[in-house]
Design a binder for this molecule. Structure first.
Ligand code: MN
Length: 195
């Protein structure tokens, strides 16, 4: 049930006071989507979200994504978000969960590269391989859970660029392309334009 799916997400938020969507209405996409949100909260990080079974499975990546296969990026799992969150850009007020500025840094769709596993099975196994078709991020990426544990949901993962023609050891994509892919705004502009 969708209501149950977003219980953790909703428990953390007061929808009369945050501009974030309550969600739960949007149906799953024809092509599953991914979104990366740059989030200037107590620490700047990037939230990586991929659509699995009608929710956005989510990870917080402190350093952001890298195009360099040698740079494994820590990805801490966070609560599933509703699909409506994918184009949320704005300011979460002080004193609220995730207070700070949210930017849609990249968005697009993805393909599951594991032909023998559904995305849910790949998530459960702790080994996801996907191809991204974003505006900034393209090519193959792996998300790997670091170790087995009874509470799999708390284990950190790693986001790793797989070797392909989009791999790049020289550029730093978060520095090279800092603005919103939806509105072209900087974090500062998003902040200033929020009422
Ligand atoms: Mn976040």
């Amino acid at each position: 049930m969708p209501e149950e799916k977003f219980r953790k997400y909703r428990e953390k938020r007061k929808f009369e006071e945050t501009p974030e969507p309550k969600g739960g209405k949007k149906k799953k996409s024809d092509k599953p989507i991914f979104v990366i949100q740059k989030h200037d909260a107590s620490n700047l990080h990037y939230d990586f979200r991929i659509e699995i079974e009608g929710v956005l499975a989510s990870w917080a990546i402190p350093k952001g994504p890298s195009l360099d296969p040698a740079k494994k990026r820590l990805a801490v799992p966070t609560e599933d978000h509703p699909l409506e969150y994918a184009d949320f850009e704005g300011v979460i007020p002080e004193g609220h969960y995730g207070a700070g500025i949210v930017m849609v840094w990249d968005i697009g769709h993805y393909k599951n590269l594991k032909s023998d596993k559904s995305m849910t099975e790949a998530w459960q196994a702790g080994r996801i391989e996907i191809e991204l078709f974003g505006k900034k991020m393209q090519g193959k990426y792996a998300l790997i859970r670091t170790k087995e544990s009874q509470k799999a949901e708390d284990q950190p993962w790693l986001l790793i660029k797989m070797k392909d023609e989009y791999a790049n050891t020289k550029s730093d994509i978060t520095k090279d392309k800092p603005k919103s892919v939806l509105t072209g705004r900087t974090l500062k502009q998003i902040k200033n334009e929020a009422k």
